[in-house]
Design a protein around this ligand. Structure first.
Ligand SMILES: Cc1ncc(C[n+]2csc(CCOP(=O)(O)OP(=O)(O)O)c2C)c(N)n1
Length: 362
């Protein structure tokens, strides 16, 4: 049996550019920033190419797993571009678009999914923390981190990404509560992509996420998550609210996960066949391209971007295959913060066996 989610979100999301690429009255009133539109369009085109290449690499056996972000590019690029470089990002596991915009390399983004490392980048360098696969746990990590920042007295903001399904977790609700109670500098970004694997939003919430967050005292907004310019504007206003010391804010971006949940999932088992066609018409990249073309961006700009995406694709494949194989002995290195006698004994046993096997030969 398949179930199609019907829109359950009361209140109109903020929208600046309609699905057909034409600015809305709200967009015209706010003003359409063409430089920003070009930047976000480029972000999204490159990120989608990374996504498609990574999916292909998984199918070729080069990655163990990949979680596709196809369709969610505006929700991520628009929101992450509204932050300052000095702000912090706590991702879930699907934020490859945000990661790429933040300057992480394809190798850093892919390594965990190739299984060569547990965490491939330095969170301090990019202010982009490691992926969290335990649903919603990152919202508490971010809230705790923000508590530390509040003690330091800086004006940095901690942004944390999570999904509609994760919002059903106790962790997320605890994070809302503590962030609001202590007026912590947290920006919650909920990508409501309509599905939590095979569970549609209609089956797991009586009240939408932004309303629940508001009930905890979190300043909350709803935005069309496939409209990069609206996401950027709404997030920027939310970030200003947080940075001013007024407490946490939440942006619920209504979007759609166009691919499967992961490379281990077959959405054809639970979705209506026509569903993607509906969301294809709301595609975030096509929408901005239509707008840019209508406002006079030359065809050469798009051709140059296509060439840049081709170069990125080559780099993604090269970087993936060049990732160094991990040393199995590393397994013993990440269990405890301080050396542990039993783990050290296990490591020695492993090294002894490995040396013996090497002497025997293949
Ligand atoms: C605590 C916990 N429970 C269950 C899971 C299994 N699980 C992984 S992804 C997922 C659905 C998450 O949906 P959502 O939060 O909407 O994010 P999306 O994957 O759609 O981006 C579930 C149930 C998990 N990883 N962690």
């Amino acid at each position: 049996m398949t179930m199609t989610p019907t829109p359950t979100i009361p209140g109109e999301p903020v929208r600046f550019v309609a699905s057909d690429g034409v600015p809305t009255a709200a967009g015209e009133a706010h003003g359409i920033d063409l430089d920003l539109a070009r930047t976000l369009h480029r972000d999204m085109v490159l990120a989608r190419r990374l996504d498609h290449e990574a999916l292909a690499l998984q199918r070729q056996g080069e990655l163990g797993l990949w979680l596709m972000s196809w369709g969610q590019e505006a929700a991520q690029a628009g929101s992450v571009r509204a932050l300052r470089d000095g702000d912090h990002v706590f991702p879930s596991y699907r934020e490859h678009v945000a990661a790429l915009v933040r300057g992480l390399t394809p190798a850093e983004i892919l390594a965990q999914w190739r299984g060569t490392v547990h965490g491939a980048w330095d969170p301090a360098e990019h202010r982009f923390h490691i992926n969290s696969l335990v649903l919603g746990s990152q919202t508490l990590h971010a809230t705790g981190y923000a508590a530390g920042i509040a003690l330091d007295g800086t004006d940095e903001v901690v942004a944390v990404y999570f999904g509609d399904g994760a919002a059903s977790q106790g962790d997320v609700n605890e994070a809302f509560n503590w962030a609001a109670a202590a007026a912590l500098p947290v920006l919650f970004v909920c990508q409501n992509n309509q599905w939590a694997i095979s569970t549609p939003t209609t089956r797991q919430m009586g009240t939408p996420v932004h309303r629940r967050a508001a009930g905890f005292g979190v300043h909350s907004r709803l935005v069309d998550g496939n409209d990069a310019l609206a996401v950027h504007a709404v997030t920027r206003a939310a970030v200003e609210h947080v940075r001013s010391g007024a407490g946490p804010a939440l942006v619920e971006a209504v979007t759609y996960r166009r691919a499967g949940h992961s490379t281990s999932d077959d959405p054809g088992r639970y979705r209506e066949s026509g569903e993607d066609a509906v969301w294809a018409q709301r595609d975030p990249i096509a929408r901005l391209r239509t707008l840019l073309e209508a406002r006079g961006t030359d065809a050469e700009v798009f051709a140059a971007l296509a060439a840049e995406a081709d170069e990125l694709a080559v780099e993604v494949r090269r970087a993936c295959r060049a990732l160094p194989e991990p040393d199995l002995a590393d397994l013993f290195g990440h269990a405890y913060a301080r050396p542990h006698a039993q783990v050290e004994a296990d490591r020695r046993t492993f090294l002894t066996h490995r040396a013996q096997l090497a002497e025997v030969g293949p």
